[in-house]
Ligand binder design. Sequence first.
Ligand SMILES: [Zn+2]
Length: 107
Amino acid sequence: MKQKKVPMRRCIGCYESKPKKELLRIVKKTDGGIVLDFTGKQNGRGAYVCNNPECLDKIVKGNKLSKEFEIEVLKETYDSLKKQFAENCGSCGEADSSKSGGGAVGK
Ligand SMILES: [Zn+2]
């Protein structure tokens, strides 16, 4: 007898395992582009992040995608991910915009 298990995936921001459907998929496409995959159907290597701007922020600040995908990930790529996230995640709450002096990611 097979029981259906909820597929769990780990957020690369906070390293918590959560049901797949609660996470957003980030895909490195076969052409090397990195996008948020809201359909879950994009081909390519995937990583997961909570539906939470804080986790995305951790990923950006820690440059975790470049470790995950073993490629260099440009700041522009992260900016674009943040934008996609914000556009598709209208009610997720604004990131704390009162923080200043961000951006320097020790590089
Ligand atoms: Zn997370």
